[in-house]
Design a protein around this ligand. Structure first.
Ligand code: F6R
Length: 243
């Protein structure tokens, strides 16, 4: 695992954006696995800036997002589809038909999960998978549990995740209790994984994930077994890891 330490959130975002841009330049028709949440917003803003000022092109890029809330319509302002549109897709030259998220409104979630895994397989897996990290060690919505759940699945959000995500909803009651998430297999199949972390509140999760035992109670710990992980974090988030 490579660790890139930065001073602050802005520098972390620039590093993450640079890794993604390098991937797109090296392979213009690459498959990017993308994440939502607060952490990648700065990196997406940089990519938009480089598209607009520097001509970085996403015309051949295909994307596969990690997750989507279950039963939230795509036009809902907290849906992950909406998040991706306003933070990235609407501002770069990516083709709409090349952007993929699980369909949160699919009538049969099981069929939708199978479709999503078949799509990831058909694309040959992700060239680069971007991840954030939950306070409880989750990646995507792979929540702590007795086993690593391998396929795309319907996940029940834990209390910790519901509390963390309630900051974006009018009330805690409005946070969806379920989400469709890429499983551990889809994530581990990526050729390169970039984990972005920022802030002292992530320090404990970072230490448990990357300096503790591999354990499904800390889903991100599986990344210790991936051959190409780049952990990009500011000093606060990486304070629990030795230099
Ligand atoms: C988002 C996702 C989640 C977040 C994680 C961290 O698509 O899959 O795993 O990456 O909850 O969220 P933030 O960045 O808001 O702290």
């Amino acid at each position: 695992m490579r660790v890139i330490r930065t001073e602050n959130y802005e520098a972390m975002s620039a590093q993450v954006a640079a890794l993604i841009a390098a991937q797109v330049i090296a392979k213009p028709d690459c498959v990017l696995g993308l994440a939502t949440g607060s952490t990648p917003i700065g990196a997406y803003a940089r990519l938009v800036e480089w598209r607009q000022k520097g001509g970085l092109s996403f015309a051949g890029v295909r994307t596969v997002n990690l997750d989507e809330y279950y039963e939230l319509p795509p036009e809902h302002e907290q849906s992950y589809r909406h998040f991706m549109q306003i933070n990235l897709f609407d501002h770069v030259d990516i083709l709409p038909e090349n952007t993929n998220l699980p369909d949160g409104l699919a009538p049969d979630p099981e069929t939708e999960c199978d479709r999503y895994d078949a799509l990831i397989d058909a694309l040959g897996g992700c060239d680069l998978q971007l991840l954030g990290l939950g306070h409880n060690g989750h990646i995507g919505f792979n929540e702590p549990g007795p086993v690593f759940v391998l396929p795309t699945h319907l996940a029940f959000l834990t209390e910790s995740t519901i509390n963390a995500n309630s900051r974006l909803f009018a009330s805690k009651e409005e946070v969806p209790r379920m989400a469709l998430t890429m499983g551990i297999r889809g994530i581990m199949k990526a050729k390169r994984v970039v984990v972005a972390v920022s802030g002292a509140d992530k320090a404990e999760a970072v230490a448990r994930a990357f300096a503790g035992p591999v354990n499904p109670e800390v889903p991100a710990s599986i990344l210790q077994l991936h051959p190409d992980v780049v952990l990009v974090g500011d000093r606060a988030a990486l304070s629990g890891l030795e230099e």
